[in-house]
Each structure stands twice: as C-alpha cells, then as structure tokens.
Design a protein around this ligand. Structure first.
Ligand code: C2O
Ligand code: CU
Ligand code: CU
Length: 479
C-alpha cells in the first residue's frame, strides 16, 4: 500500500497567526549538496572513544559574492556528522569558542540529565571546555546535536549550531539497507533562512514569536542543491532542523519514498508514501529506489511547490536487494493499570505560549517520574483560533511510543520510537514514556521561539533511594 496524502490535517498548515513565510526559489545558481564530513575521534581505546566538539564562529560561502557569517560545530556552519555506536563509551570535550555562553544538547540520545543531556542547565562559557562521559545504549537512529541555552536556543540554532548524530547498532547492520555515508546514505538537514543584500542573516529582524522563518530553503547549508546519484538506492536521513517550518515533502513523478525509520530508530515495518510532512526536530529516514531512471534523468524534491533538492541520476549498478517487510522489533513496556497520566497542555500563540498555564521556570520542577517505569503522557494542543497551529512536542530523556491521537490510531509512520511529535490543533496525543536515566529533563514545543518564549517545562526522573535529589539548576537571571 502506498499512502498518497499527508497524514496531518492540512487545514492547520499555514495558519500561523498571519506570520507564515512561504518558501521561494532563490535565484542563486545550483550547487552541489554539502555533505558534512564525519567527525574523527581524538582517540580510541577499546570501547572508549574521545571526541572534541567545538562551537565556533565562521564565514561560509553559501551564495556567490559575500560570505555569510555563521556558527557551527568543528566547522563554520552546522557541523561534522558524529557517529556513535551502541555499546561504546564516549568522552566528549565540549569546547566553546563563541563570544557567548552555549550548551550542547543531544536531541534523541538516551543519556542522563541535566548536565550530559545538555539542556539549559549545562552552560559552557566562552573560552571554556568541559568533558562529559556517557555510554551509548540505544537502537540505530538519526539523532542530532543542537545548542540549547535558554532562552536563546532560537538565536543559536539560526546561526548554525546543529548537526546530525548517527547511532549505529548491530541489528541495523545486518539489514540490506544503504549505509555508505556520503554515497548512498546522506543526512538532509532542512532549514530556511532569509539572506539580506549582503548575504547575511538577521535573526532579530526576522524574529517572530510564533517561530522565525525565511523564504530560502537551506539544505545541509546549501542553497539550490543537487546530489549526484551513483547507486540505485539512496537513503536520506531527513532532519527538520528549522526553527519553525513544517516541511511538506514530495518528489517529482510522485516517486514513492520508503520510510524505514522515525526519530528513535527503525520502524517495525517500512511505510510507503508519496507525501511526507515533518515538523520541527523530527527525523525521518527514507530509501529512494531509482531503478526505473537512467543516466541523465533528474528527480526533484519539493516542499509544497518549491524545489529544494535535485537528484541527478548517473550510471549505477543494478541493485536487487529488497527492503525487508519486517525491520525491527519494537518492545516497549506498558504502564501499570493504576499509573497516573501526566498532562501537558500547550496553549497560546505568540508571547502567550504556555504549558499547563505556566511559562517555563528554570528553577521549577513541574513533574516527576520514577526511573525505569513506563507511564502515559497526554499531550494536548488547545489552539483553536483561526485554524490553529501544530505544536511539535518534544521530550528530552529518551524515546516514547505514540498510543493514540484523539483516541484514534497513530499515523502509520508513528509506530516506531519517537521523541518529537506534531500535535494538531484541538488534539490530544497519548504516548507512553519510560526514562532510563535519572536527572532533570525538559519537555517543550520544538518551534524554537515557542520554547524560548516559555512553552517548556521540566521533570525530575527520580530513583527510589534518592527521590528528591538536588541538582544545581541555572537561573535565567544568572545567565
Ligand atoms: Cu531539540 Cu530541548 O530540544
Ligand atoms: Cu531534546
Ligand atoms: Cu508551539
């Protein structure tokens, strides 16, 4: 079966309190899609691996003419792709060479909070370096790293502090899927910006409390990109790394995308679709099969009606491998019958955004859950004005499973591990979530300006033997 419609309710798409910025094709010439290099370890000793991630300022030739002032991890814009392996121990030096404080948040990694998780409470000051250490223990997935200083996450990410973090494991390695990085397996980081006449970005001018957008699609930091296809199958690791934008993706010829993974890893079975909508911070892995194309052909990826990435087909060897009908066993415990249901009500737009009637308080713990226990969370979006808007809900601290949308079955491509979920206006999404590490974790809308504007809360994951453990929390005022 091939799904030919978006799963989301289309009427909510473009209502954006009047601020929606449609994409437009930029008049810059096309250029080769930038494929970030893989970050090299500083040292490897058995199962222990050392990396340095340096946040830095720089200048990037994105458009002809003047370079754009940008930020990045170990490079001038975005970052080198980090590859972690399930079962290994990582020692990561977080170095801040920016003129201001930042944090390093591992979005989608199952690590302890709040300091390793890297949300608001883990600042690294300019000129400082801090080493964190953690084991990676989770299924193969596309996760990401981004800055998360509260309330300046929007500013940092807009300048470029985001990169792909790929987790590999032994199960995924046995499946007949493309995994030759840069050749048939590539990250596709979806962002949008507005360039001024000097090719610069001006976050403050474009700022919108309902989410900052620009009209130009920026894919892996490239404007008007193309990718040379040299294999029959190509695996795309989409990451919606934009501050606000939803991407409504489809290909020329209505080419079918085989979705194999969501945020936290492989789906139980592949989902075939021609239209894919992604909300902020979500990841989707799809495989494209160019079997019926010949050298010289082109396939174009669109968001709405705007072309955002072109695939140029070259000679390739025939590939008869088939994507298995069963990709992964999803095994997630059910909550106890009497377990409480956490409530998250996202309300308001613009400066009025809140969770459960409150703005984020850095020193306030809003909810609590015991380590290792699975519990239900009901996530509600009360926006009903003017068609409403989608709030992409995200929880730090691991992956959840979607149970239902307003009591109905989740969308077919939501049957795997998720850490971010688009919640439609007027909808309650029920998930079950278990935390594998103690600590303080944030949960919030991932429209980054909503998060910065206070549509965020935090919970303590506690252990029975120290249920009220104190953590050193940052106060927004002390930033
Ligand atoms: Cu991408 Cu608080 O997260
Ligand atoms: Cu996160
Ligand atoms: Cu929101």
């Amino acid at each position: 079966h091939v799904y030919t419609d978006y799963f989301f309710n289309e009427s909510a798409y473009d209502y954006h309190d009047g601020g929606y910025v449609p994409l437009e094709k930029h008049d810059a010439p096309e250029s080769k899609l930038n494929i970030p290099e893989v970050l090299k370890p500083d040292k490897v000793d058995g199962d222990d691996v050392w990396y340095t991630v340096e946040a830095q300022t720089g200048e990037t030739q994105i458009l002809p003419g003047e370079k754009t002032k940008t930020w990045g991890y170990n490079q001038s814009l975005l970052g080198k792709t980090i590859i972690y392996e399930d079962g290994k121990n990582y020692h990561v030096t977080l170095k801040n060479s920016l003129p201001e404080l930042t944090t390093y948040h591992w979005h989608g990694l199952d690590v302890p909070g709040p300091y390793i998780d890297g949300g608001c409470h883990a600042p690294v000051y300019p000129g400082e370096a801090k080493e964190i250490e953690f084991p990676v223990h989770q299924p193969a997935a596309t996760t990401w790293l981004h800055a998360h200083p509260c309330p300046l996450t929007g500013w940092d990410v807009w300048h470029g502090l985001a990169c792909a973090v790929v987790v590999k494991d032994q199960h995924e390695a046995t499946l007949p899927l493309p995994r030759n990085y840069g050749v048939d397996d590539i990250p596709v980081i979806l962002q949008d910006r507005r360039f001024d006449e000097h090719n610069q970005w001006n976050y403050d001018d474009d700022y919108d409390p309902d989410g900052t957008e620009g009209p130009t699609a920026l894919i892996n930091g490239t404007v008007n990109p193309y990718f040379d296809v040299t294999t029959q199958k190509l695996r795309l690791r989409f990451l919606d790394g934009s501050n606000r934008r939803e991407w409504r993706l489809h290909l020329s010829d209505d080419m079918v995308m085989t979705q194999i993974a969501s945020d936290g890893g492989l789906l139980p079975e592949p989902v075939y679709l021609t239209k894919l909508m992604m909300t902020c911070a979500e990841r989707t892995e799809v495989v494209l099969d160019f079997g019926k194309y010949k050298p010289g052909d082109e396939v174009t990826l669109y968001s709405d009606d705007t072309p955002i990435l072109k695939f140029k087909i070259h000679e390739f060897t025939k590939d008869d491998t088939e994507i298995p009908d069963h990709l992964a066993d999803i095994d997630y415990p059910d909550p106890d019958k009497d377990s409480l249901v956490h409530q998250v009500v996202m309300s308001g737009t613009d400066e009025e955004v809140e969770i459960n009637g409150k703005k984020f308080g850095m020193m306030r713990i809003d909810d609590r859950q015991e380590l290792g226990k699975s519990e239900y969370w009901d996530i509600t979006n009360t926006n009903d004005c003017c068609g409403g808007m989608i709030h992409p809900y995200h929880s730090h601290g691991g992956q959840f499973m979607v149970i239902s949308r307003n009591g109905e079955a989740p969308y077919p491509n939501e049957r795997g591990y998720k850490d971010t979920i688009g919640v439609n206006a007027g909808e309650t999404v029920r998930v079950k979530m278990k935390f594998n590490h103690p600590g303080i974790f944030m949960y919030h809308c991932h429209i980054i300006e909503h998060e910065d504007g206070g549509m965020m809360a935090q919970l303590q994951v506690y252990t029975k033997d120290d249920p009220y453990k104190k953590y050193k929390l940052m106060d927004m005022k002390t930033l």
